[in-house]
Design a protein around this ligand. Structure first.
Ligand SMILES: [Zn+2]
Ligand SMILES: [Zn+2]
Length: 128
């Protein structure tokens, strides 16, 4: 799993006749800044576009892990379902899955250098 930035853009035309798609409002989702720039440039160049507000969001994409590092499956009933937690983090947050069989902990997505969850976890440990 990973955090990905996506952009939502809404393009409005003055009249449906003037829009290439025949509608006055078009909503698009793009995954790269290059795609967003292309849409914005096209909207700017079109004299019939009256507005094109956009916003970015961070979305957690990918599938959740199905087993712990030791191969214990997470599927099934309450006996095998992992204990779930959440670390807030500047990257968006991390899903914590703790295996019920062996107490193995998976952190998804992995804590990265830019993450502050790691510091927070380290601080929680007893100091010598
Ligand atoms: Zn396990
Ligand atoms: Zn993080």
């Amino acid at each position: 799993m990973e955090w990905r930035t996506r952009w939502y853009i809404t393009i409005r035309w003055d009249r449906a006749d003037n829009s290439p798609t025949g509608v006055t409002v078009l909503e698009r989702v793009v995954d790269s800044p290059a795609d967003l720039r292309r849409l914005i440039e096209r909207a700017r160049a079109d004299p019939h576009v009256v507005a094109f507000p956009y916003r970015s969001t961070r979305e957690l994409v990918g599938d959740e892990p199905t087993e712990c590092h030791n191969g214990h499956g997470y599927a099934g009933g309450s006996a095998t379902r992992p204990i779930r937690g959440w670390w807030p983090c500047r990257c968006g947050g991390h899903l914590i899955l703790q295996c019920r069989d062996c107490a193995d902990v998976r952190v998804e997505p992995a804590v990265d250098l830019g993450c502050d969850a790691r510091e927070r976890q380290a601080r929680r440990r007893p100091q010598r």
